[in-house]
Design a binder for this molecule. Structure first.
Ligand SMILES: Nc1ncnc2c1ncn2[C@@H]1O[C@H](COP(=O)(O)OP(=O)(O)O)[C@@H](O)[C@H]1O
Ligand SMILES: [Mg+2]
Length: 311
């Protein structure tokens, strides 16, 4: 297979960043400022080590040896937490912020294991190995003669739930263990390569995350359901233009939180992909959006149950 067709078989749609669409999608993710900052800094130092080195020699001359310790960490960041909490959306778009911040082009290679790794025995292992190999080759091409990277690569392993599962779990299928091993081998090879590349892994299962994967992660970012303040941001952003008042929004914020019948509130995706479209489409085509209908629809909509951790 040539590089191009291999690429199409492995990745959903490779993307070159910065890109205005990615920037727009990123800016619409609310309540994730802390995750955005930590993730973009971490990716920035992994992909463009020259930036951190320049900072060290400017502000803390003599600290270079210490800084190089930071740069030798495995280039792995894990995003984990409940469904519909913005992991995929953030992982797919944060590269835009990094590309602008570091002033380099970044290639995003997104791979979803749930979509691909379910066929023949051995397929997941093979897919993971091939994705790492491809990403390694791409990143190698970006190192200039001076050692300064001309660009960067983000390898996104999304929906890596099967991979995340601990090898210690006795029910784990042999094939899944081989998949975790392939992942760890891939990460270790990248850590030693000094290449402008970072790997983002997304999973719903924190407690099942393999200890060897956890240990390698430079950062584990946890995502949770939106709190009242965050639900407020999403709801008022989308529904104020339809004439809902601040007090209507406040009622919706309460209705979409936990109630006496359920301990969980709405996920971000429950708000953006289910509730808000239902409210708008309920009024379409012959009436206006009203607060009373919006509140009724919110009361009748059941939030997605939280992801059950299988330990
Ligand atoms: N923090 C957020 N702010 C606004 N919308 C969000 C947020 N998190 C998730 N969403 C919405 O939910 C959708 C699904 O999120 P996604 O990233 O696929 O969740 P996950 O990968 O964590 O299951 C997103 O496309 C977006 O519309
Ligand atoms: Mg996802």
């Amino acid at each position: 297979m040539n590089a191009q067709s291999q690429n199409t078989a492995l990745f959903e749609s490779t993307m070159l960043l910065p890109d205005p669409d990615a920037q727009e999608r990123l800016s619409r993710l609310v309540g994730l400022d802390d995750q955005k900052t930590r993730l973009s800094k971490m990716l920035g130092t992994l992909i463009n080590s020259a930036g951190l080195e320049a900072w060290a020699s400017r502000y803390h001359p003599g600290s270079e040896a210490y800084v190089s310790g930071i740069l030798k960490r495995p280039p792995l960041i894990v995003l984990c937490g409940d469904v519909g909490s913005g992991k995929t959306a953030l992982a797919e778009t944060i590269g835009d912020m990094v590309a602008r911040q570091e002033d380099i082009e970044i290639t995003l290679l997104p791979m979803s294991l749930s979509a691909r790794g379910q066929g023949r025995v051995g397929e997941m292992t093979q897919l993971v190995s091939a994705a790492f190999e491809y990403a390694y080759q791409e990143a190698s091409k970006l190192v200039g003669p001076s050692g300064r990277a001309r660009g960067g690569v983000i390898l996104l392993i999304d929906e890596a739930d099967a991979l995340a599962q601990s090898r210690e779990s006795s029910q784990m299928h042999h094939e899944d263990k081989a998949g975790v091993n392939a992942f760890i081998r891939g990460i270790d090879r990248l850590s030693n390569g000094g290449l402008p590349i970072a790997v983002i892994m997304c999973t719903n299962r924190l407690s099942a995350l393999d200890p060897a994967v956890k240990r390698r992660a430079a950062e584990i970012l946890v995502f949770e359901r939106p709190e009242a303040k965050q639900r407020h941001l999403v709801l008022s952003d989308s529904l104020t233009p339809f004439g809902l008042s601040a007090s209507d929004i406040e009622i919706l914020v309460n209705v979409t939180g936990s109630t006496k019948d359920r301990s969980h509130g709405f996920a971000f995706s429950d708000l953006t992909q289910r509730l808000i479209p239902s409210i708008i489409l309920d009024a379409y085509p012959n009436s206006k959006v009203t607060a009373s209908r919006a509140i009724q629809i919110a009361t009748e909509t059941m939030p997605t149950p939280p992801f059950q951790e299988k330990v």
